[in-house]
Write a protein that binds this ligand. Structure first.
Ligand SMILES: [Fe+2]
Ligand SMILES: [Fe+2]
Length: 193
């Protein structure tokens, strides 16, 4: 990917309605870095993974009630073909990764490239930094503490299961900060499991 393509992808995210904790610089670039790290040990189409990492959340501000993954997949497909001149099979493989990157709906990524994108995205929600971003993002959408913790709890169980399925067991420890946070919250607020 050349510099020109990179800046056009960045522009595609626009400036409107960006939640600072989930912006291109704070989140998307981090997912891109995570994806590149994961690619070091993978024999896959690395270009598909890299473009999908940079484009994966492009549906965030246009999805409304629809899934941002589905909207983003459509937008990325169109952009890759019409703006970057990529062939339709490449664009389809990238948009397939994007379509399956989200937790909602609960769909299993269909290719190894899609599993890598899923994992790279979730890695950015791990540890203290990930927890901070997650809570700030839900806060910006007016979620209550209870529902944020409830969502986090579900995400942690789903992530644990998927990381095992995808063979990324070594990343599971990254969920410990999130687990102790939700346990502590429930204890303080007398929430039963
Ligand atoms: Fe997303
Ligand atoms: Fe994301």
């Amino acid at each position: 990917m050349d510099k020109e393509e990179f800046s056009r992808i960045r522009e595609l995210y626009g400036e409107e309605d960006v939640i600072p904790a989930h912006s291109f610089d704070n989140h998307v670039l981090e997912v891109y870095r995570n994806a590149k790290k994961l690619l070091e040990d993978e024999d896959v189409d690395s270009e598909v993974v890299k473009y999908s990492a940079l484009l994966h959340d492009v549906g965030r501000h246009i999805s409304g009630e629809e899934s941002h993954a589905e909207k983003g997949a459509e937008k990325a497909n169109e952009f890759l073909i019409e703006q970057l001149g990529k062939d339709s099979s490449f664009a389809e493989r990238v948009s397939e990764c994007i379509r399956f990157h989200s937790n909602r709906p609960h769909l299993k990524p269909p290719t190894r490239e899609a599993e890598i994108l899923w994992t790279a995205d979730k890695m950015d929600a791990m540890g203290a930094t990930g927890l901070c971003r997650f809570l700030l993002t839900l806060g910006a959408k007016n979620y209550s503490c209870e529902s944020a913790v409830d969502i986090l709890d579900r995400r942690v169980s789903e992530a644990e299961e998927s990381l095992k399925d995808f063979g990324f067991d070594e990343l599971i420890d990254g969920l410990n900060t999130l687990k102790s946070f939700t346990e502590q919250y429930k204890e303080e607020n007398h929430v039963s499991n």
